[in-house]
Design a protein around this ligand. Structure first.
Ligand code: PHE
Length: 346
């Protein structure tokens, strides 16, 4: 054994370490050269049998080779380790479930509001909106609801500083439109309304209404009836009937509460096997809106000539219409942002 042979062994070992493609292959190289029976180990063991003049150089070369090799092996081990983690990260495991794409959709209230608009626009109405934060004049006073009227009760209305309220209905938009536009008016006003109501299956402090106003010369109660009868059939289906009951609103005279034939038992024609219909309680009718002929006092408050013009108005609860049509039992679903509910529509 001479110095040159040791250097040859070292060079071969370096080449094999660099060429090792796996942790196992690298370990085999380590054992081959540095193991108990490894080539370099053998050289070092054999030093004592060498010619004394050779021992120093051969021993030095072998020790150097050993430490160079040990360093290279540990560097290469780290490289292989890093490469295998990178590979794991980049690999595509086609057996894994896919990453879902969240697609936004319209809220059911928006979908149905759109449907309502299309029905009324088809009849010749146009669409306008007003502010959610209203002044007391538009929400109450101009609607023939003077101070002291029960509808102005503290207990029903959310008051905002500075004589403002969260509108309790969409009727104030009637006033805003009439203040700025001369008749004829054929318009609908969809929007959010607020009342200090309970938070239960059928009440929410925030809900939606669709208001309708038609003012012209010679508008009559039959115009109101015809409009609503047509609307009910379009929205709830061909067989739907409407019924008008006397009602009271400060801003209409006469006033009516309007029912449709029950969507659960088809107006009592197909009552459920056991007992009364859950929806209408067996009456065959469901109340869906308030309506009436515009009160002359309302016309006066906007400067219209109450002798020359007549009009009808109605306001319906959009949330309630949807609950009836879709069989939704709890109004709170509309505000709770629960995707399991929202994803079923749109
Ligand atoms: N504003 C009334 C309500 O909120 C509904 C209504 C509108 C009644 C127009 C008559 C005319 O209950």
């Amino acid at each position: 054994m001479d110095e040159k042979s040791v250097i040859d062994i070292r060079d071969a070992a370096v080449a094999e370490v660099t060429g090792a493609r796996s942790a196992q292959a690298l370990d085999a190289v380590r054992i081959k050269y540095l193991g108990r029976k490894g080539l370099l180990t053998a050289v070092l063991r054999g030093i004592s049998s060498l010619d004394p003049s050779e021992r120093g150089r051969v021993g030095k070369a072998a020790n150097e080779a050993k430490s160079v090799l040990a360093g290279l092996i540990s560097d290469r081990a780290r490289e292989l380790e890093e490469a295998s983690t990178r590979k794991a990260g980049a690999a595509t495991d086609i057996s894994l479930p896919g990453v879902g794409q969240w697609v936004g959709r319209k809220h059911l209230i928006s979908i149905v509001t759109g449907e309502l608009k299309r029905i009324f626009v088809g009849m010749g109405f146009s669409v306008a909106t007003g502010p959610d934060v209203e002044d007391v004049f538009h929400n109450f006073t101009a609607l023939n609801t003077p101070e002291g009227h029960p509808a102005r009760e503290q207990s029903d209305t959310f008051f905002v500083d500075g004589g403002l309220v969260l509108r309790t209905h969409t009727s104030p938009v009637q006033i805003r439109v009439m203040e700025t536009t001369p008749p004829p008016i054929r318009m609908i006003f969809p929007g959010r309304v607020y009342r200090k109501d309970a938070w239960d299956a059928v009440h929410s402090p925030e809900f939606h209404q669709l208001e309708c106003l038609y003012v012209d010369r010679g508008v009559t109660f039959p115009d109101l009836k015809g409009t609503l009868a047509y609307f009910a059939r379009r929205f709830f289906g061909p067989g739907t009937g409407v019924r008008f009951r006397p009602g009271y609103f400060p801003f209409t005279e006469p006033s009516a509460e309007v029912d449709i034939t029950c969507v659960g038992c088809r107006g009592g024609q197909s009552p459920p096997d056991s007992g009364a219909c859950r929806l209408c309680g067996g009456t065959g009718w469901l109340e869906i809106l308030g309506a009436g002929m515009v009160h002359p006092a309302v016309f006066r408050s906007v400067g219209y000539d109450a002798e020359e013009f007549t009009g009808f108005a109605f306001g319906m609860g959009i949330d309630r219409l949807i609950m009836l049509k879709y069989g939704i039992r709890d109004i709170r679903y509309f505000l709770e942002s629960d995707l399991r509910f929202l994803e079923q529509f749109g």
